[in-house]
Design a protein around this ligand. Structure first.
Ligand SMILES: Nc1nc2c(ncn2[C@@H]2O[C@H](COP(=O)(O)OP(=O)(O)OP(=O)(O)O)[C@@H](O)[C@H]2O)c(=O)[nH]1
Ligand SMILES: [Mg+2]
Ligand SMILES: [Zn+2]
Length: 298
């Protein structure tokens, strides 16, 4: 048997995948075992199963023999199943928009997942060409900027140049609700990408989510960007109570300071987090979101 080909998964279609080899060949592949879960961004070893394109339309095909150890794995889960979002990314770009109104719970969940995987975080507020809606959205992001998250305002339809410096030397993944403009951002950054956006899907009437599978685009040798389908829910069933606490980064200095060691920060007397809220040191909405997420992880 020939030695396996080293490649990276650049598109995940659910049951089959598109891998790119080190020399740029695209190979359609399936995992060896039925159960093995492969994510966009995974580095893999592939065994070729068919000859490269011979002009009759059959491209290169292969079987994924091995998934290399991951440097990170962004995934969401509920009690029953796990959904892989992207592997080996170093940065998450949470895309929210002026319009439609975004869920701050989903944002908080993304940030917890990012903390768990030690990813850099950038929050992008898109559609700032809509001034009134942008003003309202900006206000809802103030608590996030206040606790140290980088928030970048832009309009994918007008100018994305401010985003470019944040992408250098990162494999970033764009995460957010459907319709926030992730694919529009991709197209603005990479005109050759031709990612489908809502205008196109409206014409095709293909339903709510325009992007249906994750796709990795290369920006240059050291930077890449993954576009993902919109997420409506971001289950964190795989995280412990403590993991969720830590994902609320501004809580750090208060953790372990409550009167009761097993304080859930709900109604316990002497709760350091609740005290911090009443002293204006922690945003009340953030504690509410924490309680919501810790109680209903998924
Ligand atoms: N006004 C305005 N509209 C925008 C902007 N960016 C994107 N849109 C519009 O928002 C809609 C959704 O954009 P998409 O890029 O398809 O959104 P998406 O986040 O990729 O959506 P999913 O693939 O379903 O997750 C489209 O109609 C875009 O034209 C912007 O900066 N300003
Ligand atoms: Mg999209
Ligand atoms: Zn407490």
């Amino acid at each position: 048997m020939k030695p396996p080909i080293q490649g990276q998964i650049v598109a995940s279609f659910g049951r089959h995948y598109l891998a790119e080899s080190a020399d740029g060949e695209l190979i359609t592949c399936v995992p060896r075992g039925k159960k093995s879960e492969v994510a966009c961004g995974d580095e893999v070893e592939i065994q070729r199963t068919a000859k490269a394109s011979t002009g009759d339309g059959t491209g290169a095909q292969g079987v994924i023999e091995r998934i290399m150890p991951r440097r990170s794995l962004l995934h969401r889960s509920d009690a029953f199943r796990e959904k892989l979002i992207a592997a080996n990314v170093t940065q998450i770009i949470v895309v929210v928009a002026a319009e439609p109104s975004f869920s701050d719970e989903l944002l908080a969940r993304c940030l917890v997942a990012a903390f768990d995987q030690k990813l850099d975080v950038l929050i992008v507020l898109n559609k700032c060409d809509l001034p009134e809606a942008a003003a309202a959205a900006r206000k809802r992001l103030i608590p996030y900027a206040a606790i140290g998250y980088r928030v970048l305002e832009l309009s994918a339809k007008q100018d994305v140049s401010a985003l470019r410096p944040f992408l250098t030397n990162h494999t970033s993944v764009l995460v957010g609700q459907s319709g926030m403009g992730k694919s529009t951002l991709i197209n603005a950054l990479l005109p050759d990408a031709h990612a489908a956006t809502r205008e196109i899907s409206a014409a095709l009437d293909s339903g709510k989510h325009t992007t249906t599978h994750a796709r990795l685009y290369r920006i240059d040798k050291t930077s890449g960007l993954i576009d993902c389908p919109g997420v409506q829910a971001f289950g964190l069933h795989h995280l412990s109570f403590g993991g969720i606490e830590q994902g609320f980064v501004e809580f750090a200095q208060y953790l372990g300071q409550c009167r009761f060691r097993d304080c859930r920060h709900a109604h316990e007397p002497g709760c350091a987090l609740r005290n911090a809220v009443s002293e204006g040191k922690i945003n009340a909405r953030r504690l509410d979101l924490f309680l919501q997420i810790a109680t209903h992880k998924a």
